[in-house]
Design a protein. Structure first.
Length: 169
């Protein structure tokens, strides 16, 4: 039952991660490319808002990319000690997972508070596009929740020795 639930969550997260990252990157790439073409071919036309779009996409892809990194087990960690002392590999791995769970919980709480604060501030808009900032801050608690569940799935796979949910190492 737990394995089936984790597999469902994994599939949903995978679709959200891949398509949102793909879409956001395409938007940033096309916006930047059109702006460069306009700047180089004309002297009078430019997309004054393209830099803001690229900045927001980098912000978004950094946070959602953290979730994808957990799935592929590519999240940064110190691995020298487990290589020197293989007996410490499992305990240190679990300690790293607990640290990620704590970070994810902080992101949900603090990110949620920041999102609410930005939502209540009617003047908190992006400089050029005038999009409410809370839309971008909402990525923080979303990323925290996704990281939390991805880490739980990874911990479950390591505990059971069964890596067929995410296809991990």
């Amino acid at each position: 039952m737990l394995k089936k639930t984790f597999k469902s969550i994994d599939r949903i997260f995978l679709v959200v991660e891949e398509w949102s990252l793909f879409s956001a990157t395409c938007v940033a790439l096309l916006t930047a490319m059109v702006n460069v073409i306009l700047r180089k071919t004309t002297n009078e036309y430019s997309l004054y808002w393209s830099d803001e779009v690229v900045r927001k996409v980098i912000y978004f892809s950094t946070y959602i990319g953290c979730v994808a990194a957990i799935r592929s087990r590519s999240l940064i960690r110190i691995d020298a000690l487990p290589q020197m002392f293989p007996v410490l590999q499992k305990p240190l791995s679990q300690l790293a997972h607990l640290a990620v769970l704590l970070f994810a919980a902080c992101m949900v709480y603090v990110g949620g508070q920041m999102t609410i604060m930005m939502y209540q501030d009617q003047y908190a808009l992006t400089p050029t596009l005038q999009i409410p900032e809370w839309c971008f801050y909402a990525v923080l608690p979303l990323m925290g929740l996704m990281m939390f569940f991805r880490t739980l799935i990874t911990m479950y796979e390591e505990w059971t020795g069964n890596n067929d949910i995410t296809g991990g190492k």
